[in-house]
Design a binder for this molecule. Sequence first.
Ligand SMILES: Cc1cc2nc3c(=O)[nH]c(=O)nc-3n(C[C@H](O)[C@H](O)[C@H](O)COP(=O)(O)OP(=O)(O)OC[C@H]3O[C@@H](n4cnc5c(N)ncnc54)[C@H](O)[C@@H]3O)c2cc1C
Length: 556
Amino acid sequence: MPSTTTQLPVIVVGAGPTGLGAAIELARCGIRSILIERNDRTSWHPKTRNFNTRTMEIARGWGREIYDELRGLDLPAQWKSPIRFASSLTGKETGTIEAHGFAGAGPERSPVGSVFSSQDMIEPVLLRQARRSGMVDVRFNHEMVEFVSGHEHGADGVTIVMKNKANAETSTLQGAALIAADGAMSGMRELLKMPMSGAAKIAHFINCYYKADIEKFASARPGVLLFVTNEKVAGVFQPLDARGRWLCQMMVPEDQWSTDIYTPDRCSQWIRDAVGVEDLAIDVVSIGKWQMNALVSESFVAGNVLLMGDAAHMFPPTGGLGMNTGVQGMHNAVWKLALYLRGKAGRSLLDTYTTERRPIARWVAEQSHHNAMQVQKIGLISRGLAPATLTAEDVLKETRRYGNQLGIELGGIYESHAVVPDGTNPPEVADPYTDYAPSGRPGHRAPHVWLRQGNDTFSTLDLLGPEFTVLAGASGQAWREIVHRVADEMGLQMGCFVVGEPVGLRDVEGQFLARYGLENDGAVLVRPDGYVAWRSRSAIPDARHQLQRALKQILA
Ligand SMILES: Cc1cc2nc3c(=O)[nH]c(=O)nc-3n(C[C@H](O)[C@H](O)[C@H](O)COP(=O)(O)OP(=O)(O)OC[C@H]3O[C@@H](n4cnc5c(N)ncnc54)[C@H](O)[C@@H]3O)c2cc1C
């Protein structure tokens, strides 16, 4: 357990969505942080676009203000699905995929809506929330230039050297721990010599952000991703606001992967060839380049250093899960770090961040890679270059998981000592990647159920975190006293709610017991990240002892 460093802030390197999210979540857990970012502001380039349903559930936990601000950025529904494939925006369509996951999970499964916007719009909202918390010292124009100590086993805190880029002065900074959210080219991952496995350099993209009246040509066939392949171009159009702000990903050979080659003029010509309108007016705003990889780090934790976001895993965009998996992994890790730093949990709880999240990251990497390969095949069909045996229908069937990932998003299952199995099996679904079935089984995301108190309607998810929470059935009033005593004995903060009238919160649709797999007097223990840790399906004689034992196992 940490000793002298518990009073120090956590150092977060990188103010991308993962680093900003980590600082906000640390603040929510009552931990101060110093967030350092080498650039002088958040991203000016749109990069990736969506905060999916699970990520928006996390954002809702940060407060109504940030949640509403993010929802305010969302695209109109017709631009969130389907995914379309055509020879050009005005040319022949090869096929479509309905993207139910991108569109959102719906009010039966989640209290939130997904958001499609762009990183340059999303990051300032996160930054405002970090600052509002009063717990985050944000330092733009500061770069971590050396990592001194803290990654070794048994280390007490971390020490780094940081440079203030405004005056080139360097200074030593100490922290209780370090969150490396320093992106795909993570210097921290290199320093730790953390191996990555998977496929590298799958494809190369020039990413052009521009303003043009593409809606005029695309409105008849709107969608979330408009793939285009013809003899001149291969890539995808991505609407950013449905009002003339667009991003194009242009797939280019590696030897042409340069913004010196892809100048504004060349990008404009690409866009005209892809729309199929030669005199289209285009105002290029910025051009970026990025490489498609499907790589996952062997471990996400080394001593007091936690790798998060693209530093820990990189995915092809053909899944829309890069930024989301980063934020969701961060959410899995931060409460563990907070309890560890407070001396309430042992080191091995921190290690469950790798155990629980790495299998999910690997699955996303493999599936997104598969999707990317299918998209290339559809491109060949669009150009009439595919063998006659390869039909668009067959390839689209193979690509059905693209944009349809609610299974992995809401139904991903954690297995580690931070979850206490209850001997039951997961619910059966036809495809665990695409299909989500709510379950209160330990290891699953606590299901959403609509509740009411007075005139307020809210979700079970609104009752959770940043501490442990017990949710009990309508005859489970005894759990209140049990939870109170266990929390006292273990020095933990814990919440307890009874769901069901007459004494508890009103279960609007009468779904609570079924979704959580409980009898009227049973209860679940939910972790601060909203995952069920332990379940007692009905009342048990030694409930206090059992709950305590479960918590001790989790916090080991
Ligand atoms: C041009 C571009 C286009 C992209 N397009 C897509 C897309 O279409 N679809 C998709 O899924 N993904 C895309 N991505 C990837 C997507 O942006 C990432 O998945 C997402 O940004 C990951 O967030 P992150 O916070 O982990 O890392 P990042 O957003 O990369 O943030 C890392 C931050 O760390 C900072 N940093 C790095 N080293 C240091 C240091 N030593 N000291 C201080 N600060 C440091 C960087 O400046 C950066 O701001 C794109 C990326 C780029 C670069």
